[in-house]
Design a protein around this ligand. Sequence first.
Ligand code: PXL
Length: 279
Amino acid sequence: MNVLPLTPPGRAPLRVLTIAGSDSGGGAGIQADMRTFALLGIHSLVAVTAVTVQNSLGVKGFHEIPVDIVAGQIEAVATDIGVQAAKTGMLASSEIIDTVADTWTRLGLAGTVPLVVDPVCASMHGDPLLHPSALESLTARLFPLATLVTPNLDEVRLITGIDVVDADTQRAAARALHALGPRWALVKGGHLRSSAHSPDLLFDGADFYEYDSVRIDTPHDHGAGDTLAAAAAAALAHGYPLPDAVAFAKEWITECLRAAYPLGGGHGSVSALFRLSDG
Ligand code: PXL
């Protein structure tokens, strides 16, 4: 597959900030984002929003990071190290969402630094990662600041009320998501279980862009959404036009799904480590 341009040793690579939760199992969240960033030659910056206690069987609980520490992490890295793109993952609460939105705007990053918002609501086991009352903050405060939003079909249903079952409902969902304010909306089709394909649909308010790939059927898809959004943010940091960044991210997650591996007694994770394979 195509890879992103690399930086020579000794020179500072591009920096991408992940604003997300820690997954002690290492499959999703910050750990997945950092793995993808590293293997794409990107320096990871991190604002931790929550620490989850989890393994391959599910999320046992989480601890939210105080909002001044969340804001402080973003400000510390943005004002000193510099951020070429960012992505959000697990944000846990409306207080954290408001803080991220306020900080992003206050630092003058809104509209200048690409921001990918992956509206994480629950783990693959259905364990909640966002208080249900915070969904309103996510769409009202963060979506209007987003360059791209990347919901899966469960998140689309929660956010828009639309049950995506075919191409028509996928288009309706893309329109409804775009109306909430992001510059671009991507409706991922990977959870369309009836399909042998994984059709993703991108919309900018005027045109639709379709991305198709074979659907890789694996139980080890923990971290898939995070990895796709991280790869898109990495490509945006390089200045890729948005439809090309999504095409790159789609190729990247397809390879990560092909290389997915089992972990523990439950669901294993997608693997950006395929880039280190010599086989
Ligand atoms: O894959 C979504 C996700 C994001 N962030 C954290 C998670 C998960 C899924 O479990 O644990 C921290």
